[in-house]
Design a protein around this ligand. Sequence first.
Ligand SMILES: Nc1nc2c(ncn2[C@@H]2O[C@H](COP(=O)(O)OP(=O)(O)OP(=O)(O)O)[C@@H](O)[C@H]2O)c(=O)[nH]1
Ligand SMILES: [Mg+2]
Length: 256
Amino acid sequence: MRSVPGTSSGRAGMEVQSSKGPAWLVLPTYNEAGNVSSVVAASLAQLPDDARVLIVDDDSADGTGQIADRLATERPGRVEVLHRKGKRGLGPAYLAGFRRALAAGAGLVLEMDADFSHDPADLPRLIEAAERADLVIGSRYVPGGTVEAWSPSRRLLSRGGSAYARHVLGLGVRDLTGGFKCFRREVLEAIDLKTVDSKGYAFQVEMTYRAARCGFRVVEVPIVFHDRRAGASKMTAAIAAEAMWRVPWLRYRREP
Ligand SMILES: Nc1nc2c(ncn2[C@@H]2O[C@H](COP(=O)(O)OP(=O)(O)OP(=O)(O)O)[C@@H](O)[C@H]2O)c(=O)[nH]1
Ligand SMILES: [Mg+2]
């Protein structure tokens, strides 16, 4: 586990106790029919017995929402579904999921891609690290972490994007764009979620930046990032462009 320099003062600096309340895993889905059942099963196998999985589906055209409803019926009390109208972006989907989890009393809120790029077997390590940190990031770019099976150009874009954001924002975090995270509920309560308006990768940057700015302790644990198992990427030029312009905007706008 790597503690991030410059983010461990303020509220932290002392041993952090476990947040009260169960863990909630928020899984955003858009056209993940080939992955959603197995990712939910693999996640439930790794999570504590009182944890819940919340699927946030944006009206997928491939039937993901119906599969998710079936999973919720089969696993009452373990799986829930939030249906949203139309594809409205990863950031807003996560925010809807966070609000639901907080309202239900979650102590920890985890986020993970629903395509097996993030390995559910890593969930216990993130949860364990949250006993000593407020925000845990599953990181591709700390020693022991890596990316498997991406093209050289995609690797460069991802690594370059994280380095760019790190320098502009003055953060010690190595993986700023990844979406495998565990928040203690206090972090999400401290950030004014209605003022978070990034849609794509920028959402990940914004949440980590704002958590660090609030003085929360951020740590990175190494993960191996895999290529998606089934289905197609939703990454677009517009999402990459948003991440570019949002970074300086986050740095220089007046703090909400
Ligand atoms: N609810 C919702 N989920 C989304 C949206 N866009 C992407 N997702 C989900 O967010 C997760 C990450 O998206 P991916 O398509 O894997 O994007 P990526 O990880 O950048 O791209 P690849 O790794 O190349 O597939 C996946 O579980 C997607 O199904 C969206 O607009 N709404
Ligand atoms: Mg993916």
